[in-house]
Design a protein. Structure first.
Length: 266
């Protein structure tokens, strides 16, 4: 399913998108499909599937530990695509990884493997718009969305470049720093959204980094985002119940359900 189709479907239902992130292969290689299933049962609309990298510059400690567990389990791009292909649920799947892994595999091969695995989009946090032409071209050739990040510090000049090329959705980083669970929402979200909306973007906007509570989701939808991205809060549940698979899956589903309630547009 294309990402834009999911956002259009949700808009008709007057809902924002709940986008979840997990690291593939954490806590075991065989657990990913069941974890995604629990999150979908709970109500997530789009799933970001992390391909772990040894030096994840945008990830906080919770996701770093998940990457380490996955890498210890033997995770690599070949295994990643094999596991992702087993996820048959009809929601958009997004690969989130770092450019070194894409480059080492070869841009066209990486994108082709994504497409063959049922992936609809790619997020590469360390690839700036100015250096993205080759990967953009490969993504267009295989009908995949290359999703760009916008931060509170993004200049208007760079924002215009990003809006010109971005497809799928625009990933708005709510704060400076790395991913992680925060107690309160960043005060930078609203002014960042206002700056973006000045350009009347045709692309959906989703906010991530620090979104970890139902009220966070509700607030970002209320101030104009089309979706909320939750990562560390899900991964923390996985870490908390490493030795109790049944309870982990139940808790993930329940938490996703709580978060999804916050996506209703009023």
């Amino acid at each position: 399913m294309r990402i834009e189709e999911k956002f259009m479907e949700l808009k008709e239902r007057k809902e924002g998108a709940l986008i979840g992130f997990i690291t593939v292969g954490d806590p075991e290689l065989e657990s990913t499909v069941d974890i995604v299933g629990s999150l979908i049962e709970g109500g997530i609309d789009i799933i970001e599937l992390g391909l772990p990298f040894s030096d994840p510059i945008a990830d906080g400690v919770v996701i770093q530990r998940a990457s380490e567990r996955s890498l210890r389990n033997g995770m690599n791009p070949d295994l990643y695509f094999k596991i992702v292909k087993k996820i048959k649920y009809e929601i958009p799947k997004i690969c989130l990884t770092y450019y070194n892994l894409v480059l080492q595999r070869g841009l066209e091969k990486f994108v082709k493997d994504c497409r063959n695995s049922g992936i609809s989009g790619i997020i590469v946090p360390d690839l700036p718009i100015e250096e993205s032409e080759a990967l953009l071209r490969a993504c267009r050739d295989y009908n995949l969305d290359l999703i760009f990040l916008v931060a509170p510090t993004t200049t208007e000049e760079r924002l215009k470049k990003i809006l010109k090329e971005a497809t799928g959705f625009l990933y708005v980083v709510s704060l400076l720093g790395v991913t992680g669970v925060r107690e309160n929402l960043s005060t930078k979200i609203k002014p960042t959204l206002m700056r973006i909306n000045k350009f009347n973007p045709k692309i959906p906007i989703a906010v991530g980094f620090g979104i970890s509570k139902p009220e966070h989701v509700r607030n970002v939808i209320r101030i104009g985002a089309d979706g909320a991205i939750v990562g560390s809060a899900f991964v923390r549940i996985i870490e908390e119940y490493l030795n109790n698979r049944e309870k982990m899956l139940h808790r993930l589903e329940k938490f996703a359900m709580e978060l999804k309630k916050g996506t209703t547009m009023t």
